[in-house]
Design a protein around this ligand. Structure first.
Ligand code: FEO
Ligand code: CA
Ligand code: CA
Ligand code: CA
Length: 680
């Protein structure tokens, strides 16, 4: 293990005020520029983006809704990996979703409920992942290389492999892959992770909504079709595959040539087909909800879905510190109300020689296909346990009455049900995880929840608040501003099965009750709501020092009458630096209840607003170059509430003063004018 020296930690910028402007605002002394926008061409010969709804070929353009992101360094020339490079690399990012209205000339159309094929193709291809080469010129300006051989789009149509215990399972068999070993694509890619062998982990979050499954006809049909285990209905319902149309109606497309790229989005049973799933797409929802490993240095490689890490609404998958001879771990939030925090511990101890192997996905097979998935239980006394999700252990057996599990593949495909069974702690929407590179502590954003999901009588020490935020268009009860919890593993090791925890910070407007709501004593320089993106700065900078800056990004709906979404920088303390606190909650009826919790020290000036985004955006996705002098930030769905005729944001054109044009999700680059490390 490397011995690190922590420099005296001080944030070195003046906080950006909250604002509703249609630009990205950064501190005085910093410069922001736009690098990579929705529709930007990434293949030779692809036309510049017209941005009027006429564009096609999204498999050769930047997708929409930029999200989680990671910078993979390249040597000065060629395609060789160089983790130390600060001026050339591939930027890999997720395109989580689309703002449909801006992708077509006059918004989306349908005829008699049938979506046009050409519109659906654009919408599908605007999802997925981008891999794009970026370089910094001698003068300091960053640009992407349209014609790089490393550029790649991975879309919902790209061939992928199913790896791990669910590979070949009956639950994974479809008309496309009758042996359950292959799949097509990835969708709703939200947050990220990376590995120490140079690969990218993309995480499938709200995939369930894309499927059409009309409950009025499907449920009886599935059961009556024979051979359909009622368990599959339990599973589809538990995972929210309940849409009567699918988000964008892709299953309604009548293809011009034979294709299952649209019918696959219909998860209903075809009663005329074989009941094993090989004749239709009844198992297609089981192909999504995974962590997917991508080798960004090999454009010909096939991404691998790592089923050992469980199926859920994956937000992210962040690695623990990697220590030679110790089994590494990956931390994963499942973002829905009352879902869980998970941890995967590899079966293999880390061999540092694997870091530089070039058969990177084979290294992934070693560390990501075999191991144990755990789910977190938070206790009131500030302790916690990792509960194993292993077939045959405890209640995870074929005789379980909630859901009779068949095997480990069934446990992993239905990880949410397994976590219910073992009694994990239901959280206020677990989003990103981040690992402090110095201490190994795990931070987790719990973005918010509502009164129905966290009623007054169902708070607990780890999800302690129920109150009203009167900001926004109406009162919002529950935990509308969210909080950030953190864990310290017993023995500070990734192999630990127990931990200590406290709450690092509670989101709140500075005006809210300081005793029970604004518990972290936030003020005008750092008040925030709905934390989501979360990331510790890379562990070394050009001086070889370690200053673990924590970056916090918001995806807010509670404070947006006062400010657009934002990004803050923090230098946090450690678990246990605060103490216990008993707060008084109050619900909409005026009833009150007390709740004890464990809080960290108030962050004070060690938490500061660094950036505010343009109108109607979310800030999500962040990385720096290894020296910390260039920071990449994603601006997602500016102007998302507009229409094709009533545009509500002109960003990024507005960043340079142009007050027209459809908004576009985009990556921005921020540097400090004196060339220093960002935020310090
Ligand atoms: Fe895609 Fe939970 O954010
Ligand atoms: Ca998110
Ligand atoms: Ca969110
Ligand atoms: Ca979003």
């Amino acid at each position: 293990e490397t011995t690190v020296t922590v420099s005296p930690a001080t944030l070195g910028f003046t906080a950006v005020p909250k604002n509703l402007n249609d630009v990205v605002t950064v501190p005085t002394g910093y410069t922001v520029s736009v690098l990579y926008r929705l529709g930007d061409p990434i293949a030779a010969g692809t036309a510049a983006y017209a941005n009027d709804g006429s564009d096609t070929d999204f498999a050769k353009r930047a997708g929409d809704h930029h999200d989680g992101m990671y910078f993979f360094g390249l040597a000065a020339t060629g395609t060789t990996r160089d983790d130390a490079s600060n001026t050339r690399g591939v930027l890999v990012m997720n395109h989580e979703n689309i703002t449909q209205v801006y992708l077509h000339p006059n918004g989306p159309t349908s005829t008699g409920g049938v979506r046009p094929e050409a519109e659906a193709i654009k919408e599908i291809e605007a999802h997925g992942v981008s891999i794009v080469e970026v370089t910094q010129a001698a003068g300091g300006a960053w640009s992407y290389a349209q014609n790089s051989s490393l550029n790649r789009r991975i879309t919902p149509n790209t061939a992928v492999a199913i790896n791990g215990p669910a590979r070949g399972s009956a639950l994974m068999k479809t008309a496309f892959s009758t042996d359950g070993t292959q799949g097509r694509g990835t969708i709703n890619n939200c947050a990220v992770g990376h590995t120490f062998w140079g690969t990218y982990l993309t995480c499938e979050e709200n995939w369930a909504g894309y499927f059409r499954r009309p409950t009025g006809t499907d449920n009886p049909a599935r059961l009556a079709a024979g051979g359909i285990n009622p368990k599959s209905i339990t599973s589809l319902t538990r995972y929210g595959v309940t849409s009567s149309s699918g988000n964008y109606g892709w299953a309604t497309v009548v293809p011009s040539t034979a294709s299952t790229l649209f019918s696959r989005w219909n998860a209903s049973v075809d009663a005329t087909k074989a009941a094993d799933g090989t004749g239709d797409f009844r198992n297609e929802p089981n192909q999504f909800g995974w962590v997917v490993e991508i080798d960004p240095y090999d454009p010909a490689s096939t991404p691998r879905k790592r089923t050992a890490l469980g199926r859920m609404g994956h937000e992210g998958c962040w690695p623990s510190r990697f220590v030679a001879g110790v089994k590494p771990a990956f931390y994963m939030g499942d973002d829905s109300r009352n879902e869980y925090l998970y941890k995967f511990i590899s079966a293999a101890a880390w061999d540092a020689a694997d870091a530089s192997r070039t058969d990177r996905l084979a290294v992934g097979d070693k560390y990501l296909d075999t191991g144990t998935l755990y789910v977190a239980k938070f206790n009131a006394d500030g302790s916690g346990q990792w509960l194993p999700l292993v077939f045959g252990q405890g209640a995870l057996t074929s005789s379980n009455t909630t859901y009779p599990f068949a095997d480990q593949a069934d446990v992993l495909v239905n990880a949410r049900i397994a976590a219910d069974v073992v009694g994990a702690t239901k959280m206020d929407r677990p989003e990103w995880t981040a690992i402090n590179p110095v201490t190994g502590e795990v931070y987790l954003t719990l973005t918010n929840t509502n009164a129905a999901s966290r009623p007054l009588n169902a708070t607990d020490a780890a999800n302690p608040r129920h109150y009203n935020d009167p900001k926004g268009s109406s009162n919002q009860f529950g935990n509308p501003n969210g909080h950030i919890i953190r864990l310290r593993e017993t023995g500070d090791t990734s192999e630990a099965l127990a931990f200590a925890w406290d709450i690092y910070a509670f989101g709140a407007g500075a005006d809210l009750n300081p005793t029970n709501v604004n518990i972290s004593a936030l003020d005008a320089t750092n008040d925030f709501s709905s934390p989501d993106g979360l990331w510790f700065g890379r562990s070394t900078n050009a001086s070889g020092l370690v200053k673990p800056v924590l970056w916090i990004q918001t995806d807010d709906g509670a404070y947006t009458d006062v400010t657009n979404c934002m990004m803050l920088a923090a230098i946090p303390g450690t678990v246990g630096d605060g103490g216990t606190r008993t707060i008084t909650n109050q619900d909409q009826s005026g009833a009150t209840a007390t709740q004890a919790t464990r809080v960290g020290a108030a962050p004070g000036t060690n938490l500061r607003r660094f950036l505010v985004g343009p109108k109607e955006c979310e800030i999500t996705g962040v990385d720096t170059t290894p020296d910390g002098r260039t920071i990449f930030v994603n601006i997602q769905h500016p102007g998302e509430n507009g229409t094709s005729s009533t545009i509500t944001s002109n960003w990024p054109a507005s960043q340079s003063g142009t007050a027209s044009g459809r908004p576009r999700s985009a990556t921005v680059v921020i540097t400090k004018n004196d060339g220093g490390v960002v935020a310090l």
